[in-house]
Design a protein around this ligand. Sequence first.
Ligand code: UDP
Ligand code: MG
Length: 310
Amino acid sequence: MELEKKLLSIIVPVYNEEKNIPLFYEKIQAVLGVNYAWEIIFINDGSRDKSIIELEKIAGQDSRVHVIDFSRNFGKEIALTAGINSCQGAACIILDADLQHPIEKIPDFIAKWEAGAEVVVGVREKNKGEGLVKKIGSYFFYKMINQISDMEIVTRATDFRLLDRVVIDEFNKLSERNRMTRALIDWLGFRREYIRFEANERIHGVPAYSFWKLVRLAFNSVISFSLFPLKLAGYMGVIITFLSGLLGIFIMVDRYITKELHFSSSVILAVVILFLIGIVLICLGLIALYIANIHAEVTNRPMYIVRKKK
Ligand code: UDP
Ligand code: MG
């Protein structure tokens, strides 16, 4: 009797990729070997071009292909979430439709998975045709987020990933709206392995992530994985209060004891105001701590993740 083949799901977010879709579909045939059953889930994220027509054409010919058609553009992070939510496989592989994630690496991902990894992460070595601004931006982003957040995020780790069914099930329980999919996957933990790859150049279309969209994404992920920005006001308050307090004492000593420097009354006023501003900032910092608690509660992440119960 033939053993039932494991199902693998391929998840592909699509935004304005009409020219890339046929290429992608053609190339992916080569890796869909006979050792597994396959499903391909395309998420059409409100494309403005003819992507949906291309996708429906493919889905019409091939019953392994499924299309989730969003009513408008919700962004890649949400598109990936929809794909992960609806996939049926024993594992899923996420990759971009623009052929920048080398399709021929998929067997390597599967090999690592078969060897026991629960998350396999593609790490980009070089990105051909990537602008300097984007390069510098991503360098500083990873430096900063690793400094201020509680977990380690590997530099240049991409969305090109394989997730085991246990990870998919845990991911599906997360309910936060403002999300960065790969950071959430990192947060979940599990046994991880890395595969290095060189990103190809985009052949057709333009990257949808503009500079400002990336900046916004970076801000969102800093805010959702770190409390540092919240505490910043409090820290500044402590420093300002301390320094202006010292200055105030110094002025008092001069005024009533040493009587040498003769500070003008506007200087004294400035120091008093500075001191009070410091106190206000400290109060803001205190409020921020309460907001941090509320934030943690409404994000509603599970307190812990269990791999297996015996
Ligand atoms: N994408 C998406 N929704 C968006 C923007 C992009 O689904 O709002 C898809 C896009 O079709 C591609 C992938 O996400 O498959 C990566 O997008 P892009 O190539 O623009 O980003 P980059 O390669 O610069 O990370
Ligand atoms: Mg791309």
